[in-house]
Design a protein around this ligand. Structure first.
Ligand code: UDP
Length: 482
């Protein structure tokens, strides 16, 4: 007799590596540790690269996680100048019939355990109701951001009085005790006139139909928010948020052959500041020059992932470019910077194998845009941060990391135009690397949090237990239906 098939969970990732990678890790854990079968589904790729998800998918082959890409859908009727989020929403909406067909296929071979769409594809939640299976939303940001989404919808829909965040009299008091300043609310939440606002509200409204959230964080990182969301769930005001992280991309063998790692191998232990603004963050030419001067003045070793500067408002013909190749981000660095810092600094164009870099013994601190994946990777490696948020929900992340989690220093631009001056940058780098007060506190906290993160994900740890509990519910429900 063959064993009956395991109950099957289907995870649906919206386009974007930042969503796909933690979901791949979630799927891997559900299969490896919690007795489920899993398929990770994503959408036909919008970019010209048809293989954007293939590296992630192939890493799952040995983990026993099935993968699927939904068939492409026609989008040529959309105006050529349609906003990216409009195109994405159309792509997702038009793919729903394909997802329905896939779910029916899977459920004919094994009992469906649950549907887990990520936070941008809540439009697929009704499919779970159609099939009579529970739906849980995967939330790749932190609990604070989830609370902000909830508050924004309540304000907008008149459940709470106000209208929108900017009508509130003061800075927002977050459950974890942080006072969130207006400038840190995040894109879309500063004003209902921002185009993305309506999308966020619509998506946030759909969340109420979910049975729960699986959130890429862990209890010890955000205990205040976790407790507040538990209280709301107990009153049936909002679905329960389960902290199941940190879910982090595993480092691959290919990462080790990068010039960044070879360079780090030659640096003393705990001597290097890693500087990166994620997969999309870029600085102005002027800000890039200040950062270069700040790193140079700090006297510390550094590994800087330099991206093309944002050229808004700058005439690149009269800008400070000194090289010939305008497509090379390094050509935008100040004249002579690379030569002057060659003994102790490495500037690389566009990309570094970040997980490997952060876990390298030479790496001591991270100047970061505070994207949530980068943050968790830093925490998992015990590396304290200098918080330099740029867009999306990064301001809220920076506020939480510096004010309640205590793992980041946050320099504030003194200039009215928001430019961070080289003196402020150099001071923050010196403090995080060797400062006796604030620096010492964040370094110690980073070590404590690293151990807490490892405990959370180990057998019996908080995130492990939460996943075991959720998987248990799914399996019981699947058994009851059969
Ligand atoms: N990343 C990387 N090398 C880089 C920049 C980014 O490997 O040079 C990875 C990083 O490890 C993280 C992801 O890309 O997993 C960025 O996600 P995050 O949420 O931090 O920021 P986003 O790029 O979405 O703003």
């Amino acid at each position: 007799r063959t064993a009956p098939p395991r109950p099957h969970v289907v995870l649906v990732a919206s386009p974007g590596a930042g969503h796909l990678i933690p979901m791949a890790e979630l799927a891997r854990r559900l299969v490896a540790h919690h007795g489920l079968a899993a398929t990770l589904v994503t959408f036909a790729d919008l970019s010209a690269r048809p293989d954007a998800h293939s590296a992630v998918f192939s890493s799952l082959r040995d983990a026993g996680v099935a993968t699927a890409v939904l068939p492409a859908v026609p989008l040529d009727d959309l105006p050529a100048d349609a906003r990216l989020e409009t195109v994405l929403l159309e792509l997702i909406g038009r793919s729903v019939p394909h997802l329905r067909a896939l779910l029916r296929d899977i459920s004919s071979a094994a009992p469906l355990a649950a549907l887990v769409p990520d936070f941008f594809v809540a439009v697929t939640l009704p499919l779970a109701a159609e099939l009579g299976v529970p739906a849980y939303i995967f939330f790749p940001c932190n609990l604070t951001t989830l609370s902000l989404m909830r508050s924004a919808v309540e304000l907008n829909d008149g459940v709470a009085s106000g209208g929108e965040f900017r009508d509130l009299p003061d800075a927002l008091q977050l459950p974890g005790g942080v006072l969130l300043r207006r400038e840190d609310y995040g894109d879309g939440f500063r004003s209902s006139k921002e185009p993305v606002y309506a999308h966020l509200i619509e998506e946030g409204r759909r969340y109420r139909a979910a049975a729960g959230f699986l959130v890429n964080t862990f209890y010890d990182m955000e205990p205040g928010d976790a407790e507040e969301l538990k209280t709301l769930a107990a009153r049936s005001t909002f679905p329960l948020a389960y902290p199941v992280g940190p879910l982090i991309r595993p480092s691959s063998d290919e990462d080790a052959v990068s010039p960044c790692i070879e360079w780090l191998d030659r640096q003393p232990t705990g001597s290097v500041v890693y500087v990166s603004f994620g997969s999309a963050g870029s600085l102005s030419v002027e800000q890039t020059a200040e950062l270069a001067a700040g790193l140079e003045d700090s006297g510390h070793r550094f590994l800087w992932v330099v991206r093309m500067p944002s050229l808004d408002g700058i005439d690149s013909a009269t800008g400070t470019i000194h090289g010939n190749d305008k497509d090379d981000p390094l050509a935008w660095l100040p004249e002579g910077f690379v030569e002057r810092t060659s003994g102790r600094g490495l500037a690389v164009a566009a990309w570094a194998p970040q997980v490997r870099v952060l876990s390298h013994p030479a790496t001591a601190a991270f100047v970061s845009h505070c994207g949530w994946n980068s943050t968790l990777e830093s925490v998992a490696s015990g590396v304290p941060m200098v918080a330099w948020p740029l867009y999306a929900e990064q301001g809220a992340n920076a506020a939480v990391l510096s004010e309640s989690v205590g793992v980041a220093l946050r320099p504030r631009a003194a200039r009215a135009d928001g430019l961070m001056a080289w003196e402020e940058i150099a001071a923050a780098v010196r403090e995080v690397m060797g400062g006796e007060e604030k620096g010492r506190a964040v370094r110690r906290r980073a070590g404590d949090l690293q151990r807490a993160a490892a405990r959370a994900c180990a057998p019996g740890g908080s995130s492990w237990q939460v996943l075991e509990e959720v998987a248990g519910k799914w399996k019981a429900a699947a058994a009851a239906r059969h």
